[in-house]
Design a protein around this ligand. Structure first.
Ligand code: TXA
Ligand code: MG
Length: 344
C-alpha cells in the first residue's frame, strides 16, 4: 500500500512532513514534489535504501542519482569542493535553490549505489517548501530520481506518481502540480563546466554568468560519467503510444498535416495552441500545450500521460525553437521519440 499524504505546497504541515521523514528514516521510499518534477526519495547515505529506489523504478543500477540537500553549505556533506568554492558560490548565488544540479567529486561517505560506482556525485537544492521541509526533517541528504517507472514520462503530479508506482513505494506527499514541469539542468564541474542535461535553468543564463559551457556529444559524455546517464539514454521519457516528432523548420504546417494523414489507429495531438489550429478538421484526442515555452514545459509530460490514458496509438507533436527552455523541451521530445525525427 502506498499512503498519500496531502500537504499544502507552500506551508506544509510539520506533522505530515514528520510522518514522511520517519519513513525515510526507516529506509523507506517517499515520493515528493519539487519545483521541477516529483522525486522518489530515500536516505541518500544508505546503500540499502537507495537500492530500493532502483527496484521500485525498475531502473538499471548503472544510472546515478541526484542527492537533494537543503542548502549550498550542505554540498560539502556529500561533495569535495576543493578548488571549486568560487565557481560553486557564483552559481549558487544566482540559481540555488533551483533547477540546477551540479556534478562534483564525491565524498567517501556517499554510497557507490548513488553514483553508479563513479567518483562524482550530483547534488541539488530544490526550490520547493515541501522538498526542503522533508530534507530538513529527515536530517540526511535525500537521493531522488524522478518518481516514474524507468523510461516513462516524468511525473508532475501525485496522481502521475501513483499511476506508475502505487503499491511499489511507501508514501507520496501530494503537494499539487509541479511548477516547471521538466527536470533540472545537470552541469558537471569536473574539468571544464559541461552541460550533461538541459533543464529548468537555461544554458544561456549559465553562460552569461560563468562563460562558455561545453556541450559534449554522447561519446564524450560516456567517458565523463560512470555510465551514460538515464537522462542521456536515447529512449526515455516515453509515452506508451508511438511519439511522432516532426522536425522544426520551414514548412512546418504542411509537414505536421502530412504526418497526421499518415497515422493509422487512434491519433493524439500534443501541440502548442497555434499548431493545434492547423488540424481543426482532424479526428483526434487533443492536448493544448499552450503558447509559451514555460507553459509547454509544465504540460508536456502530463499531456503524454493523458493521451496514453485515452488509448492513443500515436501521438503527434513537433520540435520547438531550440533556444532557452526549448533546448530542454526538444531534448525530452527527442528521447520520447527514441531519436526518430520526421523531416519531410
Ligand atoms: O529535476 C530533477 O533533477 C529531478 C528532481 C526529482 O530533482 N530529478 C531527476 O533525477 O530528474 P533523474 O534520476 O531522473 O535524473 C538524474 C540525472 C541523470 O540524467 C544523470 O545525467 C544525472 O542526473 N546524474 C546523476 N548523477 C550523476 C553523476 N554522478 N554524473 C553525471 N550525471 C549524473
Ligand atoms: Mg528521470
Amino acid at each position: 500500500m502506498t499512503k498519500t499524504l496531502t500537504v499544502n505546497p507552500t506551508h506544509p504541515d510539520p506533522a505530515t512532513i514528520l510522518e514522511a521523514a520517519q519513513v525515510i528514516g526507516r529506509g523507506g521510499l517517499v515520493a515528493f514534489p519539487t519545483e521541477t518534477v516529483y522525486g522518489l526519495g530515500a536516505n541518500g547515505l544508505s546503500a540499502a535504501a537507495v537500492q530500493r529506489i532502483f527496484a521500485a523504478k525498475q531502473r538499471p543500477s548503472s544510472d546515478p542519482l541526484i542527492l537533494h540537500v537543503s542548502s549550498t553549505e550542505d554540498f560539502q556533506l556529500v561533495a569535495v569542493l576543493d578548488g571549486l568554492e568560487e565557481l560553486v558560490s557564483t552559481l549558487a548565488a544566482r540559481f540555488i535553490p533551483g533547477a540546477l544540479t551540479l556534478v562534483l567529486p564525491k565524498q567517501a561517505r556517499v554510497p557507490l549505489e548513488v553514483t553508479a560506482g563513479g567518483g562524482s556525485v550530483a547534488v541539488r537544492v530544490p526550490n520547493h517548501a515541501v522538498a526542503l521541509a522533508l530534507i530538513a526533517a529527515s536530517g540526511v541528504p535525500i537521493a531522488a530520481p524522478s518518481a516514474n517507472l524507468f523510461s516513462r514520462p516524468s511525473p508532475t503530479s501525485a496522481s502521475a506518481v501513483l499511476e506508475d508506482l502505487a503499491g511499489r513505494i511507501d508514501a507520496v506527499l501530494d503537494g499539487g502540480e509541479t511548477q516547471i514541469g521538466v527536470e533540472s539542468t545537470v552541469l558537471s564541474l569536473i574539468g571544464a563546466p559541461t552541460l550533461l542535461r538541459p533543464g529548468g535553468v537555461l544554458l544561456e543564463e549559465i553562460e552569461a554568468l560563468i562563460g562558455e559551457v561545453l556541450l559534449p556529444n554522447e561519446a564524450v559524455l560516456s567517458e565523463r560519467v560512470a555510465q551514460p546517464a538515464p537522462g542521456m539514454l536515447l529512449k526515455h521519457y516515453s509515452p506508451r503510444a508511438k511519439l511522432l516528432l516532426v522536425a522544426h523548420g520551414a514548412d512546418l504546417e504542411r509537414r505536421v498535416k502530412s504526418a497526421a494523414r499518415g497515422v493509422r489507429g487512434k491519433l493524439g495531438l500534443l501541440l502548442p495552441s497555434d499548431s493545434l489550429e492547423w488540424l481543426t478538421g482532424v479526428t483526434a484526442e487533443r492536448v493544448d500545450l499552450g503558447a509559451t515555452p514555460a507553459q509547454i514545459a509544465s504540460r508536456l509530460f502530463a499531456g503524454m500521460r493523458a493521451l496514453d490514458s485515452s488509448g492513443c496509438d500515436a501521438i503527434l507533436t513537433h520540435q520547438l525553437d531550440g533556444t532557452g527552455l526549448g533546448r530542454a523541451l526538444n531534448d525530452r521530445l527527442f528521447r520520447a521519440a527514441s531519436g526518430n525525427v520526421i523531416q519531410s
